[in-house]
Each structure stands twice: as C-alpha cells, then as structure tokens.
Ligand binder design. Structure first.
Ligand code: OSB
Ligand code: MG
Length: 381
C-alpha cells in the first residue's frame, strides 16, 4: 500500500480512578493515536507512551515529536507493507511505543483492506481471552481490600497488586485474608533494590502466581539470584524490549514468565515474535497493558488470543479505565473478554467522542504537486 496521510491525534482522557504505582500516580492519560490514510483505506493505531518518562524513558510528547520528525516521514508516500514499517523506522533508536503505534495503524489499514481480523492474522486461536485487573496502590489497606472485593464481584478471577517498599507484606496479608483462593500476583515496576532480597523472598507465603519486575530493568543478575531462592516465579516487564532480550533473560534464569506489551517491544509483530520464541522454549507469556483506549486494547486482545498466552492478561473491561471510551467498549463476560472478529483491529473510532474530549489533530500529507514530496505537519482541528 501507499501511505498518503498520517495524523497524530492527541487527547487527554481522565481515568475512572487514579492509578498509583511505585513510579508515580496518574489521574489521566495523555493519549496519542495514529491515523493513516493509504490508497487501500484508513487505519488506526495507539502509542502507549505515558505523559511522563517514569515507566520507561519514552513519554507522549517525545513520541509525538519523533513521529513528526522522523518516523512518519520514513513511511509517508512510500509503497510498503505493515511488516516493513519497523525496518523503515530502524534508523531511529528506541521510541518503541511510537513505532508500535505507527505499525498498528498501517497494519489496521492493511487488514481492513484484505478483510482479515488482527487476531486471525497473528494466529490467534481463542474467541475470548482470560483477563485480570491491575490494582494500583491505595491510600489505605481498607480501600485496597474494598477495591479488590469490587473487582472480584465484577467477575475478575485474577488480580495484580502494585507493590513498592513500604506497601507489600501488609497489603498482601489483608488481601489474602479477604480472598483466600483468588489468583493473585504482584508488580513492583522496578521499585526494589538488592537490599530488599530477604523481604521479597518472604512473599512466597502469599501463594502468588508471579512477582513482576522487582528490580531495575538492567538488573538481570539480581533477578536471577532472587529467582533461585524463591518458589514464586519471577516475571519481567520493563527488562524485555525485544525477542533478543527475552532470550537473554531466560538464558540467565532472570525470569520464567514473560510479560509482553506491544508498546514496550516496538509493535504487535515483535510481540508475536517474542510469543513464538517463548512458546518454542515452553515459557509461558501473558499480555500486559498500558491503560490503553479501545484502539490499543483491541490490539492487546488480538495478541492475547495466541496460544502461548497462558496467564490472564492485564486487559480489563473499558469501564475499569474510562467513563467513555473512544471506541465501542470492551466488556467483561465472566472473567473473559471477547476477541474482535471484524477486519483489522475490529473497532470503530468514535470521532464525536474524540471531539467532545477536545482532541487535537496534526496531519501530514503527500504533496500531489511535487513528486515524492510531502507537506509538513499542521494542526487540522
Ligand atoms: O507495569 O504493567 C505495568 C500500567 C501502566 C504502566 C505500567 C503497568 C501498568 C499496569 C496496568 O499494570 C495494566 C492495564 O490495566 O492496562
Ligand atoms: Mg508491569
């Protein structure tokens, strides 16, 4: 296909409730969507970067700038397939969430044009996926227990608690007491240091599915040391940016489970390759989330339908995040979410909702008068 126009759609979306992790609190998402118009039709993608560089080094403003200056110019007016987007963008180092958003939009356009759903394109095998909910750090332990009870009442059968030094053993003990048989796991978002190893080892008593990313991303050896002394499996999130990283971490014994996130690894196609590599080694994976809108959530749900995704995903129903999403909402059925079957991402972006939320749109197009020329980004709404 030939890409004729790319728009960056930026919209502030308030979360239903603040989401606190070891790296900070978020009350709203600074959402960046990609819209492409190609000769074969249109497509949408979502850049999962957050407003601040606290989860990793990327942030929305930086992603938008890199897209405008380098990534969009690398694909605009070019004849390509979605599978070629990553290579076209390869001169730019990092900025994986920005690249993932652009690839997602091109892939959506390609699959819509050929009438194939993203899930079937990727090799998905399930009509619905098992999901859980990621519960942020709350002001009090009572509020945490009440939130967990509420999600369990909604139907979620797996809960992930965010932990950090000072918010680990006590909250876990309270939640375990209230929910003795609930499938429970924790995520530290790299909040611990080597001196916390003894404390982390005591978390074995809570019968957790896994501990996610206790230490900093580069600390593979520390993770391997912890894995060697704990019953609870270690899962890595922030450490794994590629198939190569996943292989290295597994070779070193730094984890035995891999969290796969589209934005963190540079796109849904690299996510699929990590899944394939882990499956070949018999390593379970699961799909992480970045508080996406319906656009990014659709890609996550499609990805999570692949057979190697054996733990419930961090893909909750739309209402857990948004009072009003910008696509049709994803709804919970039992503890599952249905996989879209329509072509491409299988969701429709609600332009009216975007307008109501005050979205800004910046667009760059090919310049019909100049062979190979493009018009620079301009605010269009
Ligand atoms: O580490 O998995 C994480 C949200 C934002 C940034 C990092 C993480 C998360 C979550 C929420 O845990 C997952 C979701 O429900 O989208
Ligand atoms: Mg995580």
């Amino acid at each position: 296909m030939r890409i004729e126009e790319v728009s960056l759609v930026r919209v502030a979306m308030p979360l239903v409730r603040p989401f606190r992790t070891s790296f900070g609190v978020q009350e709203a998402r600074d959402v960046l969507l990609l819209h492409v118009v190609a000769d074969v039709g249109e497509g949408w993608g979502e850049c999962a970067a957050h407003a601040e560089p606290f989860y990793n080094e990327e942030f929305t403003e930086s992603a938008a700038l890199v897209l405008e200056r380098w990534l969009v110019p690398a694909v605009l007016g070019v004849e390509l397939t979605a599978a070629e987007v990553a290579a076209r963008c390869g001169q730019v180092k990092g900025y994986r969430a920005a690249k993932a958003g652009l690839e997602m939009a091109v892939l959506d356009a390609e699959l819509r044009a050929t009438g194939v759903s993203l899930a079937s394109h990727l090799g998905g095998e399930r009509a619905a996926i098992d999901v859980g909910v990621s519960v942020g750090i709350t002001p009090t332990i009572d509020e945490l227990v009440a939130q967990v009870d509420g999600y369990v009442a909604d139907g979620y059968r797996r809960v992930k608690l965010k932990i950090m030094p000072g918010w680990d053993v006590e909250p876990l003990r309270a939640v375990r007491a209230a929910q003795p048989r609930l499938a429970l796991q924790v995520d530290a978002n790299a909040g611990y240091r080597a001196e916390h190893a003894d404390l982390l080892a005591t978390l074995d008593e809570f019968d957790l599915l896994m501990i996610e990313q206790p230490y900093e991303p580069d600390e593979l050896q520390l993770h391997a040391q912890l894995a060697a002394r704990m019953q609870t499996p270690i899962c890595l999130d922030e450490s794994i940016l590629s198939t190569l990283h996943a292989g290295t971490a597994l070779d070193q014994g730094a984890c035995s489970i891999v969290n796969i996130k589209v934005g963190r690894v540079g796109g849904v196609l690299e996510a699929q390759r990590i899944h394939d590599a882990c499956r070949e080694r018999g390593v379970p994976v699961w799909c992480g989330g970045m508080l996406e809108t319906g656009v990014g959530r659709a890609a996550n749900v499609a990805l999570a339908s692949l057979p190697g995704f054996t733990f419930p995903a961090d893909i909750s129903a739309s209402e857990r995040y948004w009072r009003r999403d910008i696509t049709e909402p994803f709804v919970l059925s039992g503890s599952t979410i249905a996989v879209p079957t329509f072509p491409g991402l299988g969701v429709t972006v609600d332009r009216g909702a975007l307008a109501d939320l005050g979205a800004t749109v910046r667009t760059s197009t090919i310049d019909g008068r100049t062979p190979g020329g493009t018009r620079p980004f301009q605010e269009t709404r």
